[in-house]
Write a protein that binds this ligand. Structure first.
Ligand code: UDP
Length: 345
């Protein structure tokens, strides 16, 4: 019988792509989401891509312990992938309690309820933000975590710690934290992708909205960094590649292949790409001239960070495959799909 994976926050950007990959790998999936930062677009897209009209979507809040209990009573869950959390760095600075309250409470509820219901496997969506400004890149999982520069970043660190300490104390559960670098792009079908609310904070949605004429001009934040072209370096990971990493990680847990009760993996390409290089690649991949200008540095940005993904390559058997051009083409296809179908322009 197929194993059932619960995807909390599964109607959002990363969760919807992960749901698609889990279903195509043969897992049963239960999507649960409070819909606080998304609409039905991606969930409908997932149903179309997978042909699974009956895919369950439970609208619920993971901060509501009773609702989580009910969910685990209704479905026999074998593994949980936890995405449900707030993620706006800037907002977290102004509303720290909203971030600590939501992101920590929801995760504690997931762990508690998993234990009670015999669900052994918990995967947490962490972030390269835990490395802060690293002393050197590429960063390995052993590179030091730096003090978080925002409450959002701090919730990622604390949730990692909650998982680490819980699996140590409670032998009935085990956990994996995946540290994502910069997820970008969209599913090749262009039926699911990123849906930023309001003005995008992240680079690629800002680029696609500028190309679509929704935004006038992209500001490149800083061209005086100590990098080859003066703009920041990041590790941009294709969303479909990133989603597949979850399938490998879940399989590792379900098949009892974990070597320790808590494991951490970097999910990135291992290749640094500058903001300027990304802008150039977007223009080339899509035959578009982008309106951009250089602007002052953005507060809080790290100069350079990219992954050493060799642990994930080796232990999970996973590797990033899509080229940056393919990824940036998919991002643009998704923007065109949105403009056409939702009249968002
Ligand atoms: N960036 C930019 N213009 C934008 C948004 C982002 O130049 O409108 C730069 C940002 O300064 C950083 C990189 O793009 O160097 C990636 O930023 P993003 O917010 O996408 O991810 P981060 O790595 O900051 O989490």
């Amino acid at each position: 019988m197929a194993k059932t994976v619960l995807v909390s926050g599964g109607a959002g950007f990363i969760g919807s792509h992960v749901t698609v990959e889990l279903i195509s790998a043969g897992y049963d999936v239960v999507v649960a989401d409070n819909m606080s930062n998304c609409d039905m677009t991606c969930f409908e897209g997932v149903k179309k891509i997978t042909g699974r009209e009956d895919l369950p979507l439970v609208k619920m809040d993971f901060c509501d312990a009773e609702a989580v209990e009910e969910l685990f009573t209704t479905y026999k869950i074998d593994a949980v992938i936890h995405f449900a959390g707030f993620k706006a760095v800037g907002e977290s600075v102004y509303e720290p309690l909203k971030y600590y309250g939501n992101n920590l409470t929801s995760f504690i509820n997931v762990i508690e309820t998993s234990r009670r219901h015999g669900c052994e496997n918990i995967l947490f969506s962490s972030s390269a933000t835990v490395y802060g400004e690293p002393d050197k890149s590429p960063v390995t999982e052993k590179s030091p975590r730096k003090p978080a520069t925002s409450p959002y970043g701090n919730t990622k660190q604390i949730c990692e710690d909650i998982l680490r300490d819980s699996v140590k104390a409670y032998p009935e559960i085990k956990g994996i934290a995946l540290r994502y670098f910069n997820p970008i792009g969209a599913h090749p079908s262009a039926l699911i992708g990123e849906l930023p609310r309001g003005v995008p904070n992240n680079l690629v949605p800002y680029i696609t909205q500028t190309a679509a004429g929704i935004r006038e001009c992209l500001s490149i934040y800083g061209n005086d960094y100590p990098t080859p072209d003066g703009t920041c370096l990041r590790d941009y990971i294709d969303i479909t590649d990133l989603a597949k990493a979850h399938v490998y990680a879940v399989r590792r847990m379900l098949e009892g292949k974990m070597e320790e009760e808590y494991e951490i993996f970097n999910i990135g390409t291992g290749k640094p790409v500058s903001v300027m290089e990304l802008v150039t690649a977007f223009q080339k991949a899509n035959g578009i001239k982008l309106n951009y200008k250089f602007a002052p540095r953005r507060a809080g940005d790290v100069t350079a960070i990219w992954a050493d993904p060799s642990l994930a390559n080796k232990k999970l058997g996973w590797k990033a495959e899509r080229t940056i051009e393919e990824t940036l083409k998919s991002a643009w296809d998704w923007q065109l799909h949105l403009d056409k179908t939702l009249g968002r322009k």
